[in-house]
Design a protein around this ligand. Sequence first.
Ligand code: PRP
Length: 211
Amino acid sequence: MINVALPKGRLGEKVYQILEVAGYPCPAILEENRKLVFENEAAGVRYFWVKPSDVAIYVERAAADVGIAGKDVLLEYQPEIYELLDLGIGKCRMCVAGKKDFRDRRDRTLRVATKFPKIAKGYYSAQSRDIDIIKLHGSIELAPLLGLSDVIVDIVETGKTLLENDLEVKHTIVPISARLIANKVSYKFKYEEITRLCRQTDEWIRKEAAR
Ligand code: PRP
């Protein structure tokens, strides 16, 4: 039995559909909307719905053998896991954004609002730039609008949230996509099952890309 942590939401549903055609079906997962654990003994798979930012914790601590996590979460928390595959979905980018008329002054400490303090610190320390991190948990775009911060470091997907709030991308820090990750001990002891899941998922992704 292979235990898979799926990120709750649209990305997780898409990933489930990939795993279903890759040979790991468990159709009840899309029918019931409060249950969190689903199992198909015949297919040798058990799925859990997990908050997207928690997937890496479940995998790191072996509550799940494998999981699907955004590269943003992996960069921020740097869990001790193996990153097996770039699924090429859930694509977006980590950016610095701010008001259109914002001009940076290097003689002043930059106030940066973000859900990703480690990524933000890493990006600015590489430029030897002093920053003041303001850790928020959502609606990050509000911070520069209300003068709480000078810029934000956040995910940009369609760019719609920035556009509708008169903000713009100043720099792209890194492209982001969903990754298949594995627990290090599970990878050793369930090597056959995990590499099979990884290979079949990879084949399906390549087939899709070639269409
Ligand atoms: C994320 C991110 C941006 C938005 C970007 O927020 O923090 O706010 O999506 O998407 P877009 O470029 O397609 O507009 P999320 O929806 O996770 O909500 P949050 O504000 O609670 O973080």
